[in-house]
Design a protein around this ligand. Structure first.
Ligand code: G4P
Length: 522
């Protein structure tokens, strides 16, 4: 089959829970033609979405812990929306998803402004140099002042907002937007419940001035103020991660959604070269290579299997091709490549750079692995992030130790939790480490349901981990309040109850190696 070689855009939406990510996903699907929807669009439990049902806690909380990608066509492009976990708790999954995209859409609730999760996620984008497009959502409801929101973005995250559109009407009275690029008025019209594409008209400024009056003039005035403040879009600064184009929208009413799609196509970067471990970049037109950013087992009852999600970095993927697994050097057959979204799957035949492929039963593949065809390439792994929560895990039933060990090993490989061990604690009670506490719930639920080895978790009083060396480990291990454990990637981690204990050890023993882990604030 001839590959669909339309240009690609691959992005993720980052937001605090309830900002409207699921609603926006549905609205995007309404505007575009979904290629690999395979069922309904991802949504909350009880809504029309198909949330994978492999775990009860997902259902109970109305969240989805599994990530996949939605592919759709818009204008002459193919757009990949990579799903990020939508829960308040912070997990490593989100970081990894951001390693698979070329840009991010930061969705902000107009009434709430920046929220903790948005700030944290934004820091990860900044760290990775990902260009960010900001969408102020829920403008149909009372909210904060638009200029105040711009100010908040600039002062709290240090990114200069450059609005492309400006709302006509305050939050709660949304008529449309002033398109700052051409000065036109884009008027939106409500449809019942936002169930169909909202009609929009483009009116020249003079007509808007006559028909809208005061709200239009306020928008023009605000836009002039922004221009005087240098808040106009600059493509180079946007790509360099210094500015963020801003759009105003109502995902629920489908207002501003077409503008977002246009911006993704016109301004967001296309898949580019990827730097390999040897420092050499692989270009999209080179031979096939892909990077595994997520591995998930038991996604639902109907398909009890293990799916490795990989982003195509270069070349053309064709289902059935035999590629090489960089980490083992072994051949890897791709007969079962699928597009996976929610619980349904559709076989995919070809994929291009930027596309996400789901490799079913890819037991050899781990998060961070590379597969390639032709000249060998290995992409650097996304670093494991600094855990802030620690708990020991024990098998509730000592007779099921074998299952317990297998389960812990699997969760470790998938990156559900990090697993730390020491001779003192022994293999019966490894320490699980997580960025957010919900990772423990996920681990416990899966140990019981999938591996038939329920566990007892006991929280430990540590809150931060530092990297140390083999030589310094014994000294640190003998320090009161400090414990040293080995992570499965070989790193020696020293755990501290708090920053004060760490500071005091640092003061007393400046010779000891104590380094922060990636994304740690310490
Ligand atoms: P999330 O995935 O980011 O967690 O958010 P989600 O889309 O589920 O939206 C959270 C709530 O905000 C939903 O209401 C949704 O309808 C509402 N919402 C999303 N976008 C907009 C918008 O542009 N305008 C308005 N007014 N509301 C919006 P809910 O009551 O929790 O759910 P539902 O029962 O209404 O579906």
């Amino acid at each position: 089959m001839h590959p669909d070689d339309r240009p690609r855009r691959t992005f993720a939406v980052i937001s605090h829970p309830d900002a409207g990510k699921s609603t926006l996903t549905e609205a995007l699907a309404l505007h575009a033609r979904v290629i690999a929807e395979a069922g309904a669009v991802h949504g909350k439990a009880g809504r029309r979405g198909t949330v994978s049902d492999w775990m009860e806690i997902e259902r109970a909380r109305g969240i989805s812990i599994s990530s996949a990608a939605l592919q759709f066509a818009y204008r002459d492009h193919v757009v990949n929306l990579v799903d990020t976990p939508g829960h308040a708790d912070f997990s490593e999954d989100t970081y990894r998803v951001l390693a698979a995209v070329d840009s991010a859409v930061m969705l902000i609730d107009a009434a709430k402004g920046l929220e903790p999760q948005t700030l944290k996620l934004f820091q990860v984008c900044a760290h990775r140099g990902l260009p960010v497009i900001t969408v102020i959502n829920k403008w149909d409801r009372p909210g904060l002042d638009a200029l105040a929101l711009m100010d908040e973005i600039e002062t709290r995250i240090g990114l200069k907002p450059t609005p492309l559109t400006w709302p006509v009407g305050i939050a709660g009275d949304f008529h449309g937007v002033l398109d700052r690029r051409d000065g036109d008025f884009i008027r939106y019209t409500r449809t019942a419940g936002g169930a169909t594409r909202a009609p929009e008209e483009h009116l020249p400024a003079a007509q808007a001035s006559r028909e809208v009056g005061a709200d239009w003039h306020d928008a023009v005035e605000a836009s002039d103020l922004l221009a005087a403040d240098g808040a106009d879009h600059d493509q180079d600064l946007f790509l360099a991660g210094q500015t963020t184009p801003v759009l105003f929208a109502s995902a629920l009413l489908n207002f501003g959604v077409a503008q977002l799609l246009d911006v993704l196509l016109d301004l967001a970067p296309a898949p580019g070269p990827n730097l390999a471990e040897d420092g050499v970049a692989r270009c999209p037109e080179d031979e096939f290579s892909a990077y595994v950013f997520k591995v998930q087992a038991g996604m639902d009852a109907a398909h009890r299997d293990r799916v490795a999600f990989a982003r195509v970095c270069s070349g053309v993927f064709e289902r059935g091709m035999v590629v090489t697994h960089a980490q083992t050097g072994r051949p890897f057959a791709t007969k079962y490549a699928k597009a996976v979204f929610g619980r349904d799957r559709a076989a995919i035949d070809t994929a291009l750079p930027g596309d996400i492929i789901g490799l079913i039963n890819a037991t050899a593949l781990r998060v961070g692995d590379t597969i390639y065809d032709g000249a060998p390439v290995t992409y650097p792994r996304v670093p494991s992030f600094a855990p802030e929560h620690f708990a020991t895990a024990r098998a509730l039933d000592a007779g099921r130790y074998k299952q317990f060990r297998r389960g812990i090993e699997q969760l470790d490989q998938e990156g559900v939790v990090q697993v730390l061990r020491s001779e003192v604690r022994g293999d019966q009670a490894p320490v699980l480490a997580a960025v957010g506490p919900m990772q423990f719930e996920v681990a416990a639920a899966r140990m019981a349901a999938e591996f038939n080895a329920p566990i007892h978790l006991e929280k430990l009083a540590y809150t931060l981990a530092q990297r140390t060396s083999e030589d310094h480990a014994p000294h640190l291990a003998g320090t009161p309040g400090v414990e040293v454990l080995r992570r499965s990637d070989g790193e020696q981690l020293a755990l501290f109850p708090d920053k004060w204990r760490l500071d005091s050890v640092r003061r007393q023993h400046p010779e000891l190696l104590l380094e922060p882990l990636p994304a740690s604030s310490t």
